[in-house]
Structures are given as structure tokens and as C-alpha cells.
Design a protein around this ligand. Structure first.
Ligand code: G6P
Length: 489
């Protein structure tokens, strides 16, 4: 790692706008002939950054696997664009962080600790237990954040705006400010934020560092007011910071950080066009064939512990057990795409999801009716086809920063779709009025909501879907990004 103080006296970068995130806009794999194959990702940040159309903007991200590392090493200063890769007209600096340090920071701290804290996922009688292994991971997390701060400090033009993303990078804002006080720094949390009594499961010094790390930004932004206020409450409880809940500011150690709320919406134009391409039509025909003239309950998730897929299946099972009129008249289409398979908890969870799906099919299935269709391989066009077909969409996370599936389904739905939505999803703040709200832990209430959705009159469903789609697209990704940039200026 270089010397941050050198950057302070001599800022040499030229980027007026920078984004930093763990996962970048591109990833690499090694093709059979040994060359690097590049894949471009999508999402809010990608379309957001494209909105400013500034060729000097730089995206700093981490190399996630071996092929990424090779690409980063072979590129001058990790700048993939300068190595001739087609990164979508964008400048991308990919950081080749030592694999062990990366794994400890990403799997150990970000995904097994901070993610668990913010989503309230611990079974507390046994976890967490912060011992020596955690301290090694925490050191790695600090080094990983320092590597980002160093790269950002090197790339940023004087006075540049830097948008740091998510819980992987909670220390980077303060580290960057120390190196480059001239910069305008924003931090954005895409997750929920834990309430103070749960946040304080973290060791005291770690809890303090996470908060003061983010307070190093000029502005700390969240997907809903609820998460912004939870962050403020943690600052008050842990740091004794002064909090203005109306103005949404946190003052600590003589500096004030503004809090912001930007509820990322669905990209209507993109979705509507994409959902009618031939590959989606083809998959829609196949799904229709499998479903016949039955009703559908659709869910699409990454297989995250927070997504609550198991209780969702239990609710569907309860529906079939208690309301036999639905036998042979409904199909649950569930897509549970792989996520974070390095973590044992995630692998176990995926196994439980598959097991329960098989149990439900054994309990109720007949020669001509498969009550639950589960797919675990990622297929975006098939997801869009299922969105179009859904009579009911089930989105029941334990807790979720936003949940874009809840916003995407109403936008592409062909005939209107009832949305069963957890009150613990960030999206509930905007969609709650026209959704069927559920307590995600209440399996019976969720089953009842599925029944209500399945029996909702067609015109009511269509009306609600129209309003849901309007609310879901109120802040498209490009505007979401530009608003944050404007607010920093
Ligand atoms: C979800 C969260 C984001 C997070 C991302 C990381 O999408 O909403 O807050 O950045 O997961 O996922 P990854 O696959 O990179 O671990």
C-alpha cells in the first residue's frame, strides 16, 4: 500500500466524478483458449453513471476472482480501459487486492458480519462470537478499505465528487477524507441499517469505526428514511453524536454529515423493451405450457438468507393444506439464483430451499400437476417472462434495503399482478398502499395474503398494478444517480 500523505500534497488525478464499489461494472472469466472473456453487468449504478456521460469519470472496484485479478494486473495501474478492454465507454480501475485479504474482508466482515447485522440474521444464542479470527478479518477489511481510499485519492481531480457504495466500504470515506480533504465525498448504503440495540452486537471499537468511517463523507445516503434514521440513532447511541432528525444531519467531532434519502426505482423504459424481446417470449411460452390455465404465484430472488424463501414456501404449503380448492389450480414459480456460495450458511440455506420444494411437490403433486416449479440457475429473460405471467408476486424478505423485484414486476406485468410484500422491505415505504402487506415471520398471514391475491378481482388488480408501477418508477436509476451528485455539489 502506498503512502496516502503523498497524495495529499500532490493530487495528480483527473477524474471529476468517481464511483467506488466492491463489485464493478465488468467481470472476467478465462476462456478455453486461455484468453480473458469480459462480461458487462447491469444495475442502477451502471445506468446511473452512464447518465453523466463523462469519459473522465472513473469507477474503482475490486477484482473478485482469479480472471479479474489477471485482467487488473495486466492493465496499466489496473485501468481496464487503458488495456483496451471494452468496458462500455467507461474508465474502470480494478484493484488487485491480495486474495486472502479480499476473502477476509468480503466474506468475513462484509457478508458474514455487516450484512448479518443490518438484516438481523443472527441466531443469537450462538452467533456472533467475535474472537481472534474476527480480529484478523477486521484487519483485512481495514486494509481493503485503505486500498480503495488510496486508489480514489490517486484518480480524483482536485475537488472531485466521489460516490462510495455500500457496507463493503464503510471505512473508505474517512480514510479518503484524511488523504484528500479537497474532495466531496458521498456514501450510499444499499442495505437496511440496523437498529442501535442490534448494531451494538458489534465490538464497540468496530461499531465506532463503521460509523465514523461513513461520517467521513459529506453526505451519507440511504434507500429509505427508515434506514437513514436508524443510522442516525446508531450515531447517537454509539458515538454520542448530535442528531437532527428533521434536517437529517449528524454532527460528531466538530463535523456535520448530511443524511440523504434516494429511493432507487425501476428502469421502466429498459424493462418494458427488454421484456418483449424474442428470448423472453420464448421463455414465456414455455412457462405457459408448464402452468396451463392455472393461476401463478411468482417469486424471484437471489438465494439470500434475508429473502425468506423458506417461510415463503411454508406459506404456500399452508395455503395448499388449508384451502384444498387451490389444488391443481395454482402453480408457484420460484427462481432462487445462486449467491455468495463461498459461505456455508448460504449453501445450507439453498439446500433447505430445494428440500422444501421437493417436500411440497411430494405432498401435493399429481401426475398432471406440479405445484411448485423451482429453478436455481440464473436466467434474466426467464425472470422477465415470469414477471409478465404472474397473478401474484411474493416478495417477503426478513429485511431488505429496497427490493427491486417488487418494483419491477408491476412494470412488466401483462394482466396486472397482486403484490404480496413484506413490510420490512424498503420498497414497502413507496408501494405499501397498493400491496398486500405481510409480517415476513408470519407464515399463516402470508398464506392468507396469497389467497387474497389469488382471488383479487381482475379490475382491482389492474388498478393497483398501475399505481404500483407509477410509484415503482418514480425515481429511475439515472435520476437517482444525478440527484446524489447534485446534492453533493
Ligand atoms: C445486494 C445488496 C447490495 C450489495 C450486493 C452485493 O444486491 O442489495 O447492497 O452490494 O447485494 O452482492 P454481492 O453478490 O456482490 O455479494
Amino acid at each position: 500500500m502506498g503512502d496516502l500523505t503523498t497524495e495529499r500534497s500532490n493530487p495528480t488525478g483527473t477524474a471529476p466524478v468517481l464511483v467506488a464499489s466492491n463489485r464493478g461494472p465488468v467481470s472476467f472469466s478465462t476462456a478455453e483458449d486461455g484468453t480473458l472473456a469480459l462480461r458487462r453487468g447491469g444495475g442502477g449504478l451502471v445506468s446511473g453513471l452512464s447518465a453523466i456521460g463523462d469519459p473522465d469519470a472513473v469507477w474503482v472496484c475490486a477484482a473478485l476472482g482469479d480472471a479479474d485479478r489477471r485482467a487488473a494486473r495486466e492493465a496499466p495501474d489496473g485501468r481496464l480501459d487503458r488495456a483496451g478492454h471494452d468496458v462500455g465507454g467507461q474508465a474502470v480501475r480494478m484493484l488487485d487486492i491480495d486474495p486472502e485479504t479480499f476473502a477476509r474482508a468480503y466474506n468475513g466482515v462484509a457478508n458474514s458480519t455487516l450484512w448479518f447485522v443490518h438484516h438481523l440474521l443472527y441466531a443469537t444464542p450462538t452467533a456472533p462470537a467475535f474472537g481472534a479470527a474476527f480480529r484478523t478479518e477486521w484487519q483485512a477489511y481495514t486494509a481493503y478499505n485503505a486500498a480503495f481510499a488510496e486508489a480514489l485519492a490517486a484518480e480524483a481531480a482536485p475537488g472531485a465528487a466521489v460516490l462510495v457504495q455500500d457496507y463493503h466500504l464503510s471505512l473508505a470515506p474517512a480514510l479518503l477524507r484524511a488523504a484528500r480533504p479537497d474532495l466531496r465525498i458521498g456514501h450510499f448504503s444499499h442495505t437496511p441499517w440496523a437498529p442501535p440495540e442490534y448494531f451494538r452486537l458489534l465490538p464497540d471499537d468496530v461499531a465506532e469505526s463503521v460509523l465514523t468511517g461513513i461520517l467521513g463523507a459529506d453526505r451519507a445516503a440511504f434507500l429509505t428514511r427508515r434506514w437513514a434514521l436508524a443510522f442516525a440513532e446508531c450515531c447517537a447511541a454509539v458515538l454520542g453524536a448530535e442528531v437532527d432528525r428533521e434536517a437529517l444531519t449528524v454532527t460528531h467531532a466538530g463535523r456535520t454529515t448530511r443524511l440523504g434519502v434516494h429511493g432507487l426505482g425501476a428502469d421502466a423504459d429498459f424493462l418494458r423493451e427488454r421484456a418483449h424481446r424474442p428470448d423472453v417470449e420464448e421463455r414465456l411460452a414455455a412457462l405457459r405450457e408448464a402452468v396451463g390455465d392455472r393461476r401463478t404465484v411468482v417469486r424471484v430472488d437471489r438465494t439470500e438468507l434475508s429473502k425468506n424463501i423458506v417461510r415463503g414456501f411454508q406459506a404456500y404449503r399452508h395455503l395448499l393444506r388449508t384451502r384444498p380448492e387451490w389444488h391443481d389450480r395454482v402453480v408457484h414459480i420460484a427462481f432462487a439464483y445462486p449467491s455468495r456460495t463461498d459461505l456455508a450458511e448460504y449453501r445450507d440455506y439453498t439446500a433447505r430451499v430445494r428440500e422444501l420444494a421437493a417436500e411440497i411437490n411430494t405432498e401435493f403433486g399429481t401426475d398432471s400437476w406440479q405445484p411448485l416449479i423451482l429453478h436455481v440457475n440464473d436466467d434474466f429473460p426467464r425472470s422477465l417472462a415470469a414477471y409478465r405471467l404472474a397473478d401474484v408476486a411474493l416478495v417477503n424478505p426478513i429485511r431488505d434495503g429496497m427490493n427491486l423485484v417488487a418494483k419491477e414486476v408491476p412494470v412488466v406485468s401483462d394482466r396486472g399482478c397482486a403484490l404480496v410484500l413484506s413490510r420490512e422491505a424498503g420498497a414497502h415505504a413507496e408501494l405499501g398502499e397498493d400491496a398486500l402487506s405481510v409480517n415476513p415471520y408470519d407464515v399463516i398471514a402470508t398464506a392468507d395474503a396469497l389467497h387474497t391475491g389469488l382471488t383479487m378481482a381482475a379490475d382491482e388488480r389492474a388498478d393497483r398494478t398501475k399505481r404500483l408501477a407509477a410509484a415503482a418508477t418514480a425515481l429511475p436509476p439515472q435520476q437517482w444517480f444525478l440527484d446524489q451528485l447534485d446534492a453533493l455539489r
